[in-house]
Design a binder for this molecule. Structure first.
Ligand code: FES
Ligand code: FES
Length: 184
């Protein structure tokens, strides 16, 4: 039995100790925000925070995570209020979304160790692969998140919560209309 802390909760996994952390999180803990991309340590889609460091969870066994503190994208904030999340939404730095959780986890770890990163710091720390080329916006977003975290900028308006109704979506996106059954 392997024990460690996930998103501030002590958990124990009754799995082969050599199971990659990525699969323990996704399949056993149902924390599917952590993505499987390459499984080989290249893409960064599986990035989580372990004891304050951004780590590719496909390269870590649960035995290696024993006794450590793991944070996934689900545990970063309950309401997408972390400065990195707010700044990435505001900067349009979210494209396909699949690689976004890993990028956010890498960026939040960077800001913990470097509260005022320049472009070169960001390029060195965010090695996640993004095929849509979001990197210029990502640099802007991370610098904005750093300013928010330092108290030098205000957080942009919060993104709408997930799971909004079609009616809410229609109000938020004027190009989309909902048929009014009573008028048809
Ligand atoms: S799935 Fe882990 S780095 Fe790609
Ligand atoms: S955000 Fe996923 S490929 Fe760029």
């Amino acid at each position: 039995m392997t024990k460690f802390t996930v998103n501030e909760r002590p958990v124990q996994f009754n799995m082969d100790p050599q199971t990659p952390l990525l699969w323990a999180l996704r399949d056993a803990a149902n924390l599917t925000g952590t993505k499987f991309g390459c499984g080989a340590g290249d893409c960064g889609a599986c990035m989580v925070d372990i004891d304050g460091e951004a780590i590719r969870s496909c390269l870590v066994t649960i035995a290696e995570a024993e006794g450590r503190f793991v944070t996934t994208i689900e545990g970063l904030s309950r309401d997408r209020s972390h400065p990195v999340q707010q700044a990435m939404v505001a900067s349009g730095a979210i494209q396909c979304g699949f690689c976004t959780p890993g990028i956010v986890m890498a960026a939040q770890a960077l800001l913990k160790s470097n509260p005022n990163p320049v472009d070169a710091d960001i390029d060195a720390a965010i090695t996640n692969i993004c095929r849509c080329g979001v990197y210029p916006r990502l640099r802007d977003a991370i610098k904005q998140a750093a300013r928010i975290a330092r108290g030098e900028a205000r957080a942009p308006a919060a993104a709408p919560p997930p799971g909004i109704t079609p009616e809410d979506a229609a109000r938020a996106v004027p190009a989309m209309t909902i048929s009014d059954k009573n008028k048809i």
